[in-house]
Design a protein around this ligand. Sequence first.
Ligand code: RI2
Length: 309
Amino acid sequence: MNDIISSTASDILTMRVRGAGRIARAGATALATYAENYSGHDLEQFKTDIRNAAEVLLGSRPTAVSLWNGIHSTIKGVESASTLEAARDSVIVNGREFSVASEQAVRKIARIGAKRIKDGDVLMTHCNSSAAIGVIAEAVRQGKDVKVYATESRPWRQGILTVRDLSDAGVDTTLIIDSAVRTVMSRVDRVFVGADTITSSGSLINKVGTSQVCMAASEARAEVNVCSETYKFSPKTMFGDTVTIEERDIGEVIRPGEIPEGVKVFNPVFDTTPAKYIDNIITELGIMSPGAVYGVMVKQLGDSIFDLE
Ligand code: RI2
């Protein structure tokens, strides 16, 4: 397998590249680069090679549908191509287009979401979502005075990245440990989180702990906003597919010898927040309720909906 594919898959697996949007762009860009440097001469061989490359990338992390959507929108023209040049060109163009559109979507979400933030708001965010941070940073850039509580997000502690990002954007930021979420929620007006996957029923799959944040917000009457590009919508869930929740190595949670032998460790990376705990999904197409997700999926898929079942 070509270096760019295996090194990108390894970067995603080991979380050197992380975040649902970033891994999707990395996958799409790796395929485009692979196609650009392809030295073979046979169309059928290229089709096989690109399918295998896509499989390797898809095997790196199982939960975020953004990766699946990024890869599939990059290779969508390959099967119907009648020349090697056309097949390669479609991968190069689609991969680059996906990455550009993905970055534009994050910027658009920032502009739309910032309108939901009022001067003086107290906010909370969880883990490290570039879409959610973009919204908060844009509101502050517009001159709104906000205060943000950011969770540590064990075990990877992506909250450290978040407080650095927010601090760089000039945001008044406070780091809290994950178990302080409910204590602090009584001070919070609005929650902004990202998304790894959104199902056809509007449920959210995001960093483990998100469901606790959203349930605590619901109890405290704080508004829950999910910042999600629409390529994080999972059309396959319309037809009964469930989302695989990634479990990672226990070495991320405990040090060797720290706990007695025989004690098990469970390290799920994501959790599911039911739609009833979500007020708004902020996308590049605008703000919608979780109940509107199904309609957007149907519209975006058009006739290709029939290929999914
Ligand atoms: P953006 C991350 O997953 C977090 O769960 C975050 O909320 C989500 O991706 C979306 O991130 P991980 O890769 O696409 O840290 O908004 O496991 O950056």
